[in-house]
Design a protein around this ligand. Structure first.
Ligand code: 5MM
Length: 338
Protein backbone atom coordinates (compact mmCIF):
# COMPACT_ATOMS: atom_id res chain seq x y z
CA UNK A 1 0.00 0.00 0.00
CA UNK A 2 1.32 3.43 -0.99
CA UNK A 3 1.08 5.05 2.43
CA UNK A 4 1.96 2.03 4.59
CA UNK A 5 4.55 3.90 6.68
CA UNK A 6 2.26 6.85 7.28
CA UNK A 7 -0.63 4.61 8.29
CA UNK A 8 1.57 2.65 10.69
CA UNK A 9 2.98 5.86 12.21
CA UNK A 10 -0.56 7.12 12.91
CA UNK A 11 -1.53 3.81 14.49
CA UNK A 12 1.62 3.94 16.64
CA UNK A 13 0.75 7.48 17.77
CA UNK A 14 -2.88 6.63 18.55
CA UNK A 15 -2.83 3.10 19.93
CA UNK A 16 -1.07 3.25 23.26
CA UNK A 17 -1.69 1.67 26.65
CA UNK A 18 -3.94 3.78 28.84
CA UNK A 19 -4.78 6.36 26.16
CA UNK A 20 -7.98 6.79 24.14
CA UNK A 21 -9.79 9.05 21.71
CA UNK A 22 -11.97 12.06 22.52
CA UNK A 23 -14.91 12.38 20.10
CA UNK A 24 -15.58 16.11 19.70
CA UNK A 25 -17.05 15.82 16.22
CA UNK A 26 -20.68 16.70 16.93
CA UNK A 27 -22.33 18.02 13.78
CA UNK A 28 -23.97 21.46 13.98
CA UNK A 29 -27.47 20.12 14.92
CA UNK A 30 -26.01 17.77 17.58
CA UNK A 31 -23.82 20.38 19.27
CA UNK A 32 -26.82 22.73 19.26
CA UNK A 33 -28.72 20.07 21.23
CA UNK A 34 -25.83 19.69 23.71
CA UNK A 35 -25.58 23.48 24.15
CA UNK A 36 -29.34 23.83 24.55
CA UNK A 37 -29.12 21.62 27.67
CA UNK A 38 -26.86 24.27 29.28
CA UNK A 39 -28.73 27.20 27.78
CA UNK A 40 -25.93 28.28 25.46
CA UNK A 41 -26.57 29.45 21.93
CA UNK A 42 -24.84 27.41 19.22
CA UNK A 43 -22.85 30.13 17.44
CA UNK A 44 -19.60 29.63 15.51
CA UNK A 45 -17.75 31.43 18.31
CA UNK A 46 -19.32 29.37 21.13
CA UNK A 47 -18.51 26.15 19.29
CA UNK A 48 -14.94 27.36 18.80
CA UNK A 49 -14.60 28.34 22.46
CA UNK A 50 -15.84 24.93 23.60
CA UNK A 51 -13.52 22.94 21.34
CA UNK A 52 -10.63 25.29 22.26
CA UNK A 53 -11.31 24.57 25.94
CA UNK A 54 -11.25 20.80 25.32
CA UNK A 55 -8.10 20.68 23.22
CA UNK A 56 -6.04 23.02 25.41
CA UNK A 57 -6.73 21.20 28.69
CA UNK A 58 -3.27 20.88 30.18
CA UNK A 59 -2.29 17.25 30.73
CA UNK A 60 -5.04 15.82 28.52
CA UNK A 61 -2.44 14.16 26.30
CA UNK A 62 -1.50 11.82 29.11
CA UNK A 63 -4.82 10.01 28.70
CA UNK A 64 -5.98 11.01 25.22
CA UNK A 65 -4.06 10.10 22.06
CA UNK A 66 -6.52 11.30 19.41
CA UNK A 67 -9.31 13.84 18.99
CA UNK A 68 -12.06 13.61 16.36
CA UNK A 69 -12.96 17.07 15.08
CA UNK A 70 -15.84 18.39 13.02
CA UNK A 71 -14.94 20.03 9.68
CA UNK A 72 -15.65 23.53 11.02
CA UNK A 73 -13.27 23.01 13.96
CA UNK A 74 -10.39 21.80 11.81
CA UNK A 75 -10.04 25.34 10.40
CA UNK A 76 -10.54 27.21 13.69
CA UNK A 77 -8.01 28.68 16.11
CA UNK A 78 -7.51 28.69 19.86
CA UNK A 79 -7.56 31.87 21.95
CA UNK A 80 -3.74 31.81 21.65
CA UNK A 81 -3.98 31.94 17.84
CA UNK A 82 -2.87 28.36 17.18
CA UNK A 83 -4.80 26.23 14.73
CA UNK A 84 -6.89 23.66 16.64
CA UNK A 85 -5.01 20.72 15.00
CA UNK A 86 -1.68 22.30 15.99
CA UNK A 87 -2.94 22.78 19.55
CA UNK A 88 -3.82 19.07 19.67
CA UNK A 89 -0.31 18.15 18.52
CA UNK A 90 1.16 20.34 21.27
CA UNK A 91 -0.46 17.91 23.70
CA UNK A 92 0.73 14.88 21.72
CA UNK A 93 -2.85 14.29 20.56
CA UNK A 94 -3.40 13.22 16.95
CA UNK A 95 -6.10 15.31 15.19
CA UNK A 96 -8.69 13.50 13.07
CA UNK A 97 -11.88 14.39 11.25
CA UNK A 98 -15.43 13.08 10.96
CA UNK A 99 -16.04 12.69 7.24
CA UNK A 100 -19.53 11.22 7.02
CA UNK A 101 -22.39 13.57 6.17
CA UNK A 102 -24.99 12.07 8.46
CA UNK A 103 -27.70 9.46 8.18
CA UNK A 104 -30.94 9.26 6.20
CA UNK A 105 -33.54 6.48 5.92
CA UNK A 106 -32.44 3.67 3.61
CA UNK A 107 -34.81 3.92 0.63
CA UNK A 108 -37.47 1.19 0.37
CA UNK A 109 -36.22 -0.43 3.59
CA UNK A 110 -38.40 0.78 6.50
CA UNK A 111 -36.50 0.99 9.79
CA UNK A 112 -33.03 0.88 8.20
CA UNK A 113 -30.73 3.91 8.05
CA UNK A 114 -27.77 4.70 5.82
CA UNK A 115 -24.99 7.29 6.06
CA UNK A 116 -24.07 9.64 3.22
CA UNK A 117 -20.78 11.24 2.13
CA UNK A 118 -18.83 8.97 -0.23
CA UNK A 119 -18.96 11.24 -3.28
CA UNK A 120 -15.73 13.24 -3.56
CA UNK A 121 -14.35 11.69 -0.38
CA UNK A 122 -10.80 11.21 -1.71
CA UNK A 123 -10.55 14.91 -2.62
CA UNK A 124 -11.95 15.97 0.73
CA UNK A 125 -9.46 13.73 2.55
CA UNK A 126 -6.55 15.34 0.67
CA UNK A 127 -7.75 18.75 1.85
CA UNK A 128 -8.23 17.58 5.45
CA UNK A 129 -4.75 16.06 5.40
CA UNK A 130 -3.30 19.43 4.40
CA UNK A 131 -5.14 20.93 7.36
CA UNK A 132 -3.48 18.43 9.70
CA UNK A 133 -5.90 15.46 9.99
CA UNK A 134 -4.22 12.06 10.21
CA UNK A 135 -7.28 9.88 10.75
CA UNK A 136 -10.97 9.94 9.86
CA UNK A 137 -14.23 8.64 11.27
CA UNK A 138 -17.47 7.42 9.69
CA UNK A 139 -20.52 6.27 11.63
CA UNK A 140 -23.29 3.94 10.49
CA UNK A 141 -26.32 3.73 12.77
CA UNK A 142 -28.61 0.73 13.38
CA UNK A 143 -31.84 1.17 15.32
CA UNK A 144 -33.40 -1.92 16.86
CA UNK A 145 -37.10 -2.75 16.59
CA UNK A 146 -39.02 -5.94 15.81
CA UNK A 147 -38.06 -5.97 12.14
CA UNK A 148 -34.98 -3.75 11.98
CA UNK A 149 -32.20 -3.69 11.18
CA UNK A 150 -32.90 -5.97 8.22
CA UNK A 151 -30.29 -8.26 6.64
CA UNK A 152 -30.36 -6.00 3.60
CA UNK A 153 -29.82 -2.90 5.79
CA UNK A 154 -26.91 -4.51 7.61
CA UNK A 155 -25.22 -5.38 4.32
CA UNK A 156 -25.78 -1.94 2.77
CA UNK A 157 -24.27 -0.26 5.84
CA UNK A 158 -21.28 -2.61 5.88
CA UNK A 159 -20.62 -1.78 2.24
CA UNK A 160 -20.56 1.97 3.03
CA UNK A 161 -18.14 1.53 5.93
CA UNK A 162 -15.83 -0.63 3.82
CA UNK A 163 -15.83 1.76 0.86
CA UNK A 164 -15.07 4.68 3.19
CA UNK A 165 -12.26 2.77 4.93
CA UNK A 166 -10.68 1.75 1.62
CA UNK A 167 -10.64 5.35 0.35
CA UNK A 168 -9.05 6.49 3.65
CA UNK A 169 -6.25 3.94 3.52
CA UNK A 170 -5.60 4.72 -0.15
CA UNK A 171 -5.07 8.37 0.92
CA UNK A 172 -2.86 7.55 3.93
CA UNK A 173 -5.56 8.32 6.50
CA UNK A 174 -6.34 5.79 9.25
CA UNK A 175 -10.09 5.01 9.22
CA UNK A 176 -12.06 4.73 12.43
CA UNK A 177 -14.91 2.39 11.49
CA UNK A 178 -17.98 3.07 13.63
CA UNK A 179 -21.00 0.77 13.36
CA UNK A 180 -23.31 1.89 16.20
CA UNK A 181 -26.18 -0.34 17.22
CA UNK A 182 -28.28 2.08 19.25
CA UNK A 183 -29.34 1.31 22.81
CA UNK A 184 -32.72 3.04 22.27
CA UNK A 185 -35.69 0.75 22.97
CA UNK A 186 -36.76 -1.86 25.48
CA UNK A 187 -34.97 -4.88 24.00
CA UNK A 188 -33.10 -7.38 26.17
CA UNK A 189 -29.31 -7.59 26.14
CA UNK A 190 -29.47 -10.80 24.05
CA UNK A 191 -31.19 -8.97 21.22
CA UNK A 192 -28.54 -6.22 21.30
CA UNK A 193 -25.86 -8.93 21.21
CA UNK A 194 -27.52 -10.73 18.28
CA UNK A 195 -27.75 -7.54 16.19
CA UNK A 196 -24.24 -6.36 17.11
CA UNK A 197 -22.80 -9.74 16.13
CA UNK A 198 -24.57 -9.73 12.75
CA UNK A 199 -23.43 -6.14 12.14
CA UNK A 200 -19.78 -6.83 13.02
CA UNK A 201 -19.70 -9.99 10.87
CA UNK A 202 -21.01 -8.06 7.88
CA UNK A 203 -18.62 -5.14 8.47
CA UNK A 204 -15.50 -7.31 8.60
CA UNK A 205 -16.63 -9.35 5.62
CA UNK A 206 -17.06 -6.13 3.60
CA UNK A 207 -13.77 -4.65 4.83
CA UNK A 208 -11.98 -7.79 3.70
CA UNK A 209 -13.68 -7.74 0.28
CA UNK A 210 -12.63 -4.11 -0.16
CA UNK A 211 -8.96 -4.93 0.64
CA UNK A 212 -8.87 -2.86 3.83
CA UNK A 213 -5.81 -3.71 5.97
CA UNK A 214 -7.12 -4.52 9.44
CA UNK A 215 -3.76 -3.48 10.95
CA UNK A 216 -4.31 0.15 9.93
CA UNK A 217 -7.85 0.75 11.12
CA UNK A 218 -9.54 1.28 14.47
CA UNK A 219 -12.95 -0.20 15.29
CA UNK A 220 -15.39 1.99 17.21
CA UNK A 221 -18.30 -0.23 18.29
CA UNK A 222 -21.09 -0.02 20.81
CA UNK A 223 -20.92 -2.07 23.98
CA UNK A 224 -23.59 -4.76 24.28
CA UNK A 225 -26.30 -3.53 26.67
CA UNK A 226 -29.99 -3.93 27.43
CA UNK A 227 -32.17 -1.24 25.77
CA UNK A 228 -32.40 2.13 27.53
CA UNK A 229 -36.06 1.44 28.43
CA UNK A 230 -35.31 -2.03 29.74
CA UNK A 231 -33.00 -2.29 32.75
CA UNK A 232 -29.44 -1.34 33.63
CA UNK A 233 -27.06 -4.31 33.53
CA UNK A 234 -24.14 -4.78 35.91
CA UNK A 235 -20.67 -4.08 34.42
CA UNK A 236 -19.70 -7.76 34.51
CA UNK A 237 -22.74 -8.73 32.46
CA UNK A 238 -22.05 -5.98 29.91
CA UNK A 239 -18.39 -6.99 29.71
CA UNK A 240 -19.19 -10.65 29.20
CA UNK A 241 -21.76 -10.01 26.48
CA UNK A 242 -19.57 -7.43 24.73
CA UNK A 243 -16.43 -9.58 24.75
CA UNK A 244 -18.34 -12.63 23.49
CA UNK A 245 -19.50 -10.71 20.41
CA UNK A 246 -16.11 -9.10 19.76
CA UNK A 247 -14.20 -12.39 20.09
CA UNK A 248 -16.56 -13.98 17.57
CA UNK A 249 -16.27 -11.21 15.03
CA UNK A 250 -13.18 -8.94 15.25
CA UNK A 251 -9.92 -10.23 13.72
CA UNK A 252 -6.89 -10.20 16.01
CA UNK A 253 -5.07 -8.03 13.45
CA UNK A 254 -7.20 -5.00 14.42
CA UNK A 255 -4.93 -3.06 16.81
CA UNK A 256 -7.55 -1.28 18.86
CA UNK A 257 -11.22 -1.30 19.75
CA UNK A 258 -12.31 2.13 20.97
CA UNK A 259 -15.86 2.04 22.31
CA UNK A 260 -18.44 4.76 21.85
CA UNK A 261 -20.48 5.59 24.97
CA UNK A 262 -23.83 5.77 23.14
CA UNK A 263 -25.91 7.39 25.89
CA UNK A 264 -24.44 5.61 28.92
CA UNK A 265 -23.81 7.90 31.87
CA UNK A 266 -20.20 9.07 32.30
CA UNK A 267 -19.50 6.84 35.29
CA UNK A 268 -21.44 3.89 33.84
CA UNK A 269 -19.31 4.02 30.68
CA UNK A 270 -16.14 4.00 32.79
CA UNK A 271 -17.35 1.12 34.98
CA UNK A 272 -18.25 -0.97 31.94
CA UNK A 273 -14.91 -0.32 30.24
CA UNK A 274 -13.11 -1.28 33.43
CA UNK A 275 -15.00 -4.59 33.64
CA UNK A 276 -14.21 -5.29 29.98
CA UNK A 277 -10.50 -4.78 30.59
CA UNK A 278 -10.56 -6.79 33.82
CA UNK A 279 -12.21 -9.71 32.02
CA UNK A 280 -9.87 -9.61 29.01
CA UNK A 281 -6.33 -8.80 30.12
CA UNK A 282 -4.96 -10.89 27.23
CA UNK A 283 -7.27 -9.64 24.48
CA UNK A 284 -5.57 -9.38 21.07
CA UNK A 285 -6.71 -5.75 20.68
CA UNK A 286 -6.38 -2.69 22.95
CA UNK A 287 -9.76 -2.04 24.60
CA UNK A 288 -10.07 1.72 24.83
CA UNK A 289 -12.47 4.61 24.31
CA UNK A 290 -13.68 7.01 21.70
CA UNK A 291 -16.27 8.61 23.96
CA UNK A 292 -18.12 11.81 23.12
CA UNK A 293 -20.83 12.43 25.69
CA UNK A 294 -19.30 10.30 28.45
CA UNK A 295 -16.12 12.43 28.35
CA UNK A 296 -17.66 15.83 27.69
CA UNK A 297 -20.91 15.89 29.64
CA UNK A 298 -19.62 16.79 33.12
CA UNK A 299 -17.22 19.35 31.65
CA UNK A 300 -20.01 20.94 29.60
CA UNK A 301 -22.18 21.33 32.68
CA UNK A 302 -19.27 22.86 34.60
CA UNK A 303 -18.63 25.34 31.77
CA UNK A 304 -22.15 26.68 31.08
CA UNK A 305 -20.71 28.86 28.30
CA UNK A 306 -18.92 31.16 30.79
CA UNK A 307 -15.25 32.10 30.45
CA UNK A 308 -14.85 32.15 34.25
CA UNK A 309 -15.80 28.44 34.38
CA UNK A 310 -13.20 27.42 31.83
CA UNK A 311 -10.74 26.00 34.34
CA UNK A 312 -13.40 24.07 36.27
CA UNK A 313 -14.60 22.55 33.01
CA UNK A 314 -11.07 21.54 32.06
CA UNK A 315 -10.61 19.92 35.46
CA UNK A 316 -13.87 17.98 34.96
CA UNK A 317 -12.68 16.77 31.54
CA UNK A 318 -9.27 15.79 32.89
CA UNK A 319 -10.88 13.87 35.73
CA UNK A 320 -13.11 11.85 33.36
CA UNK A 321 -10.17 11.20 31.05
CA UNK A 322 -8.09 9.96 34.00
CA UNK A 323 -10.91 7.71 35.27
CA UNK A 324 -11.15 6.15 31.80
CA UNK A 325 -7.37 5.80 31.63
CA UNK A 326 -7.58 3.72 34.82
CA UNK A 327 -10.46 1.71 33.31
CA UNK A 328 -8.31 0.94 30.25
CA UNK A 329 -5.83 -0.59 32.69
CA UNK A 330 -8.61 -2.39 34.61
CA UNK A 331 -7.62 -0.39 37.70
CA UNK A 332 -10.70 1.83 38.12
CA UNK A 333 -12.90 1.83 41.19
CA UNK A 334 -15.92 4.12 41.84
CA UNK A 335 -14.22 5.18 45.10
CA UNK A 336 -11.69 7.08 42.96
CA UNK A 337 -14.42 9.43 41.70
CA UNK A 338 -14.16 11.44 44.92
C1 5MM B 1 -19.89 13.21 18.85
O1 5MM B 1 -20.98 12.61 18.18
C2 5MM B 1 -20.69 11.90 16.98
C3 5MM B 1 -21.73 12.01 15.93
O2 5MM B 1 -22.29 13.20 15.92
P1 5MM B 1 -23.47 13.50 14.86
O3 5MM B 1 -24.57 12.53 15.17
O4 5MM B 1 -23.77 14.89 15.16
O5 5MM B 1 -22.88 13.30 13.50
C4 5MM B 1 -20.73 10.42 17.23
O6 5MM B 1 -20.37 9.67 16.08
C5 5MM B 1 -19.78 10.10 18.31
O7 5MM B 1 -18.47 10.27 17.82
C6 5MM B 1 -19.95 8.69 18.79
O8 5MM B 1 -21.30 8.28 18.80
C7 5MM B 1 -19.39 8.63 20.17
O9 5MM B 1 -20.07 9.54 20.96
P2 5MM B 1 -20.83 9.02 22.24
O10 5MM B 1 -21.46 10.25 22.79
O11 5MM B 1 -21.79 7.98 21.76
O12 5MM B 1 -19.71 8.44 23.11
Amino acid sequence: MQYANELQATIDDMVQTGRGVLAADESTPTIAKRFQAIDVESTVENRRAWRDLLVTTTGLGEYISGIILFEETLGQQTDQGDGIPAAAWQQNIVPGIKVDKGKIPLALSPGDLITQGLDGLADRLRGYKEQGARFAKWREVYAIDHHAPTRHGIEANAEMLARYAAVCQAEGIVPIVEPEVLMDGDHEIDRHAEVTEAVQHAVFDALQRHHVAFEWMILKPNMVLPGKDNRRAEPDEVAEATLRVLRRTVPAAVPSINFLSGGQGPQEATENLNAINQQAPDAPWRLSISYGRALQQTALHAWLGKAENREAAQQALLHRARMNHLAMLGQYSPALEA
